[in-house]
Design a protein around this ligand. Structure first.
Ligand code: ADP
Ligand code: ZN
Length: 757
């Protein structure tokens, strides 16, 4: 017997099917999708590989060769299905990764440590001392601070859990161990799944509204018709609270009753205990929920249950698109416009794109749900490539909030420069006096966004990133005073210098307000009303995100102040006012999606107000009241926005009318990075000249420094190609991918990236 395998860590040249003999004792055990170890090239150690196919005949391509044998079967059962192997091929084609790498992206990490009954855990060597060090701000890295805070709360945790919860690498942990801050010890790994948090749901009898019924019926009739290889796609557009989730659940129930399986993707932030309770209540033992708070082991155990066919419905965030369900009948992507569906690490896949491919491979129905669909998705519906279903009203008759705009130019002209305009102050006071709650959106964390020298105009920047530093009021201990400068890219913490490092001037001014400043001002203006802040700095622990929301929903606070994380998914019936402190800040991003993101964020924020019986109100502060985005968002006029946005995209050749290929080259030596970028460009130009027919519509722009010219000490250059044809662009990027690269440089390839910086 023979097997064809894909090497997990294959470089481009080795990314193909490799043939091996199956040793006697493994015959019958090795199946497609199995994880094995094979001898490879001149490596001393066998390498990991995924079995792609098993043959009784010696593969023709390998006839001449003296085949080696598979060394070892790592896990007794396959780790992926055959469909996932197909998906891996497709990922290689679209996202320039090897097939082995694609499979590794699908399979949860714990596969590598399985078999070990014990894993390393860490605790603080001296918690009291760490408390002191935090108070004296002896830590220079936000990552270290997060780890310390985390372990002060949880006492001990597995290294993998710490990495996940604190967003740090193992290097950070090793460093802290070597410094004597942490100590490691082996801990038994808990392999039993923790039960989902018990939440009492109010008994609900649901009779679908006529719009909901219509939508469910359309989806159900499509479910009967689809067959493998063709796509039946729906766009379910309805404001939050219009009953979309109810439709997903009903369509899912239908599919399950036919013995097929269901995949529901939601943004991570929407995986609240409430949502999980709702799904679990409906589907009980049939459902597996993949959320980021699962420990790695829990994730792996859940994966196995799905693979073994013991779970038929999976709910999860981006990576759940890889859930190894067989015989999919329905795939739902809720909040399909959400950016979290795009992976920002290699392979840079888009979960909606993969969901669509899986729908085709399985003959499943794809339902994309949203209150504000992305421009691309709306365009598909306009073109008739998907069927649009609409839910125009909120269930239960709650109206939409009333939106008003405050023109900040007029406020300033009248001498009011505060972050809180007069109408907003009044509205907040009225709200609190009625014992109702408010939410304030400010899309920057920290205290202020920049420090500028009034004498020379110098802006304080991170020494390794060339990025303006953000001022944070002592981020870890509220009691002590003191300001810190934090780089939002590399996390480096430094203290505020007394004078300008460039001219020695003593007038350093902070400009641009962030969440902390809003919180401080709030206390000054509205005490005794109480506010709680929610941003990356207050939510790094495993449960803190939920703790803040729970406290707010128990009305322990009158106001929730935060970044965009507050804008999504939460349902607080007592919130009747939402304030957007600076819509200008939201608009001021320099890429082609900025307008769309701003529209979505404003609309979502507006959707937070007046969710219950009480009528809601929204106040948007801006200096550009006539801006189309702000105007259409205030009027909640989605079609008007899409119309103007499609015109803009068409003129500029942006998606969905054209595509953008990004090649980002970075390294420690600027001249090397630039030279390589130039060489690569020459190479690509030569290819384009050589095969003019294959690149007829493609334009390669000159090589440039990236807008973020330096990050963590690395210089960054970029090449951008534009083309109405995605195929051409893919070929071009593939040519860039095969161009020999220097080992000291990093090259990132992305099509239609979410971040162009
Ligand atoms: P969306 O997903 O669009 O935000 P949901 O499906 O979560 O909306 O519905 C919002 C609320 O209304 C939920 O509490 C849900 O249980 C309830 N709901 C949905 N449809 C109905 C219905 N037909 N009758 C009564 N309540 C409903
Ligand atoms: Zn930095």
């Amino acid at each position: 017997m023979y097997a064809q395998v894909w090497i997990e860590e294959a470089t481009r040249g080795f990314d193909r099917d490799w043939s091996y003999k199956i040793p006697e004792e493994l015959i019958g055990k090795i199946k497609p999708g199995c994880l094995v170890e094979v001898p490879f090239a001149r490596r001393k150690q066998p390498v990991r590989a995924y079995v792609y196919n098993v043959f009784a005949e010696r593969p023709a391509s390998a006839e001449e060769l003296d085949l080696r044998s598979i060394a070892n079967l790592v896990l007794p059962e396959p780790v992926v299905t055959s469909e996932m192997l197909e998906l891996a091929r497709e990922m290689r084609r679209r996202y320039f990764c090897s097939r082995g790498r694609a499979v590794r992206t699908m399979v949860p990490a714990t596969v590598s440590t399985v078999g070990d009954r014990k894993e390393l855990a860490a605790r603080l060597s001296d918690p009291a001392c760490v408390v002191d060090m935090l108070a004296e701000d002896e830590f220079t890295s936000l990552g270290h601070i997060r780890v310390c805070e985390f372990l002060l709360v949880h006492e001990s945790a597995l290294l993998s859990e710490i990495r996940q919860a604190c967003q740090v690498s193992s290097n950070v942990l090793t460093y802290m161990k070597n410094k004597g801050i942490l100590e490691y010890f082996p801990q038994k790994v808990r392999r039993v799944l923790e039960p989902a948090p018990a939440i009492e749901l109010p008994p609900q009898s649901i009779t679908l509204t006529s719009e909901q019924t219509e939508a469910v019926e359309s989806i159900n009739s499509a479910l009967k018709l689809t067959e493998q290889g063709c796509l039946k796609e729906f766009l379910l557009q309805g404001v939050t609270g219009s009953g979309k989730t109810e439709i997903y659940l009903q369509a899912a129930a239908k599919i399950l009753s036919q013995g097929k399986s269901v995949l529901i993707l939601v943004p991570e932030i929407a995986l609240t205990p409430l949502m999980m309770a709702r799904v679990s209540e409906r589907f009980q033992d049939e459902v597996a929920i993949l959320h980021s708070r699962l420990t790695p082991v829990e994730r792996y155990e859940t994966w196995k249950l799905i693979l073994q066919g013991e779970r038929h419905i999976v709910v999860g965030a981006r990576s759940a698109v890889f859930a190894p369900l067989s015989d999919l009948g329905l795939i739902v992507v809720d909040e399909e416009q959400d950016h979290s569906y795009k992976s920002e690490t290699t392979p840079r896949y888009h979960a909606v794109e993969l969901a669509r491919i899986r729908a085709i491979l399985n003959g499943a129905v794809l339902v994309l749900g949203s209150a504000t669909p992305s421009v691309e998705t709306s365009y598909r519906a306009l073109q008739g490539r998907s069927t649009k279903l609409e839910l125009p009203t909120r269930v239960g008759g709650a109206g939409m909030a009333k939106v008003s705009i405050v023109d900040l130019r007029r406020e300033r002209a009248a001498g009011h420069k505060s972050l809180f305009s007069r109408p907003l102050v009044k509205a907040l006071k009225d709200t609190f006096s009625r014992d109702e709650q408010a939410m304030l959106l400010i899309n920057r964390r920290g205290f202020s966004t920049t420090i500028i020298c009034n004498d020379c105009g110098e802006i304080l920047t991170c020494p390794s990133c060339d990025i303006a530093l953000t001022v944070h009021k002592n981020p870890w201990q509220k009691e002590t005073v003191g300001n810190h400068l934090i780089c939002h890219y590399c996390g480096k913490v430094s203290s505020l210098p007394p004078d300008c490092p460039s001219c020695g001037g003593s007038e350093l001014d902070s400009v641009g307000a962030g969440t902390q400043q809003a919180e401080a001002l709030f206390a000054e203006l509205f005490s005794p009303a109480k506010a709680v802040r929610m941003d990356l700095d207050t939510t790094s622990g495993r449960y803190s995100h939920q703790e803040i929301l729970d406290a707010f929903s128990r009305r322990e606070y009158d106001c929730l102040i935060g970044t965009q994380m507050i804008a999504k998914g939460h349902d607080f019936h007592n919130v009747t006012l939402v304030g957007v402190l600076s819509a200008d800040q939201i608009l001021a991003q320099s890429d082609y999606r900025a307008r769309e993101s701003a529209f979505q964020l404003l609309t979502q924020s507006a959707g937070r107000s007046g969710r219950g019986e009480l009528p809601g109100q929204v106040i948007i502060q801006t200096s550009q009241p006539d801006n189309t985005v702000i105007r259409t968002a205030a009027e909640q006029d989605f079609s008007a926005f899409i119309e103007s946005e499609l015109q803009f995209r068409q003129r500029a050749g942006y998606p969905p009318f054209g595509h953008i290929g990004l090649i980002l080259i970075s390294g420690l030596k600027e001249n090397l990075v630039r030279e390589h970028a130039e060489k690569l460009r020459k190479h690509l130009c030569a290819q384009m000249e050589r095969y003019p027919a294959s690149f007829a519509q493609t334009e390669l722009l000159p090589c440039q420094r990236a807008p973020l010219a330096r990050l963590r000490g690395r210089y960054r250059y970029r090449l951008i190609a534009k083309s109405p044809s995605k195929e051409e662009l893919t070929s071009l990027l593939r040519a860039a991918d095969s161009f020999k690269r220097r080992t000291d440089l990093t090259v990132v390839l992305d099509i239609n990236p979410y971040s162009m910086l």
